[in-house]
Design a protein around this ligand. Structure first.
Ligand SMILES: Cc1cc2nc3c(=O)[nH]c(=O)nc-3n(C[C@H](O)[C@H](O)[C@H](O)COP(=O)(O)OP(=O)(O)OC[C@H]3O[C@@H](n4cnc5c(N)ncnc54)[C@H](O)[C@@H]3O)c2cc1C
Length: 437
């Protein structure tokens, strides 16, 4: 069987290794960091994430959903915190059983790596950093703690995240390789709400909490130990921003003004704010995602998106399913398999990138408004009245496997019909009033 060299054993790398292992390929997976199961979680990436239908389906297909999701906490809707501390709960779907799930990155990472290692034909090597890929051979240059290593394979898959070394080699060596990266003017910082003294959660456990403040926001997701991981999304620069908030007093003043109901639950706020890194938020679009039958990209390496739809990892897991299906369809022609995978995923990844940026504006600004809540209620009414025919965009993205591009297109048409219907009703009502007068 062919030998695959995978670079990066993050969330998608481990899962892909399991899928390829099941297909009996020979797999060597190289990760630049130490084994995450030894507690070496590095700051700069989210501590927990929301997993939903697409990600769960990918885990189910390889038979590990039960074990991987055991520590997950269901979140049934958004809990909106306004400045006065008043709470509004907005369920995610008309069906209260539909929820997204908060899961620790480390535990999910461990679950997928363990799933891969159950196949004797999969080997995982930590502390191996890829520095360069020769696309033609293909050959990877790796650095270990003690020296350098060259590894050969029949194919190399770059599953090495948003700042992929494999993609960088493709950029350098493929003529007309298309590459676009754009950074938001907002960064993010993780903060903590620890458990109450009795170990319970200090906020509603089964919700994703949002403090929308128009141009910025804070969110919080529950963890199994009773804590919440909060993420502040805020401008890097500007009058009030990460750049201008330097002293303890600045930080305290900002939080007291903007998140007064959260502050009493954040005893380590100043420490967290100073010590935790400020991450940047990048969207990466590139093409093609493959070179002949030799090299291929998957997950954030191919299509990093901003995190506001909670879909980056879900999409990366969906990539694993599609690449697996493509290899099944063309078992003897890997070039066609890679091309098919790219055809099926590229438009969807581009659509998700747009949706994710759109959802930032919705979360930080619109969720606070009555109009937003009325629209959500109308969405749920229409969904209940027209089952299967009307599906809100959030539902299609989060609770179905309808391709992202199709969901985006369908939502545009639905919105057009709903707005036309509302205008028609308003016109009819006006005509009736005029007639009756
Ligand atoms: C703040 C934040 C919140 C998020 N929340 C969600 C969410 O709720 N739901 C969701 O679905 N997605 C979420 N995401 C997105 C999600 O984290 C990513 O989409 C997901 O991690 C992508 O998986 P990946 O395996 O492609 O990349 P990664 O998880 O980044 O893994 C890449 C791996 O490659 C390794 N690597 C990198 N370079 C090299 C090299 N040169 N050699 C060897 N190894 C290398 C890295 O160490 C890493 O282990 C969030 C992202 C952020 C930043």
């Amino acid at each position: 069987m062919a030998k695959f060299v995978l670079i990066g054993s993050g969330l998608a790398g481990g899962l892909l290794a399991a899928y390829l292992g099941r297909r009996r390929y020979d797999v060597d997976l190289y990760e630049r960091r130490a084994d995450p199961r030894e507690g070496n979680i590095v700051g700069g990436r989210s501590i927990n994430l929301a997993i939903s239908t697409r990600g769960i389906h990918a885990l189910e297909q390889i038979g590990i959903a039960g074990e991987a999701l055991r520590p997950a906490i269901p979140m049934r809707g958004r809990m909106i915190h306004d400045k006065s501390g008043t709470l509004h709960f907005a369920p995610y779907d008309v069906d209260p059983r539909k929820c997204i799930n908060s899961i620790g990155r480390a535990s999910l990472n461990a679950a997928v790596i363990e799933a891969a290692q159950r196949y004797p034909n999969v080997r995982v090597h930590f502390n191996h950093k890829c520095t360069e890929v020769d696309l033609i051979e293909p050959v990877c240059q790796l650095e270990t703690g003690t020296g350098k290593l060259t590894v050969h394979g029949d194919a190399v898959i770059g599953v090495d995240g948003a700042f992929s070394a494999v993609r960088a080699s493709m950029q350098r060596n493929i003529d007309n390789f298309q590459y676009d990266e754009s950074y938001l003017e907002h960064g993010y910082k993780e903060l903590t709400i620890p458990p109450a003294p009795d170990g319970s959660w200090r906020l509603e456990k089964n919700a994703l909490h949002i403090w929308p403040r128009k141009s910025f926001m804070m969110i919080a997701l529950p963890n199994p130990d009773g804590s919440f991981t909060c993420t502040l999304f805020w401008e890097f620069e500007g009058e009030r921003s990460f750049a201008t908030t330097k002293t303890d007093d600045d930080v305290r003043r900002f939080f007291d003004e903007e998140f007064p109901d959260a502050v009493p639950f954040m005893p380590t706020l100043l420490q967290d704010f100073k010590q935790n890194p400020t991450g940047s938020l990048v969207t990466v679009r590139c093409a093609p995602w493959y070179f002949r039958d030799k090299v291929c990209l998957l997950g954030d390496a191919a299509h990093a998106v901003v995190p506001f739809y909670g879909q980056g990892m879900n999409a990366a897991f969906e990539d694993c399913v599609v690449l697996d299906e493509s290899l099944e369809k063309f078992p003897h022609d890997r070039h066609r398999a890679f091309a098919e995978y790219f055809e099926r995923r590229k438009g969807n990844a581009d659509a998700l990138a747009d949706l994710a940026i759109g959802n930032f504006i919705e979360m930080r600004d619109k969720t606070a408004s009555k109009a937003f809540r009325a629209k959500k209620k109308l969405d749920h009414l229409l969904e209940a009245a027209l089952p299967g025919a009307y599906l809100p965009l959030y539902t299609m993205v989060t609770f179905t496997r309808i391709p992202y591009a199709e969901a985006k297109r369908r939502a545009r048409i639905q919105n057009g019909i709903v707005y036309a219907g509302l205008v028609a009703i308003a016109l009819l009502a006006t005509a009736l009033i005029v007639y009756l007068l």
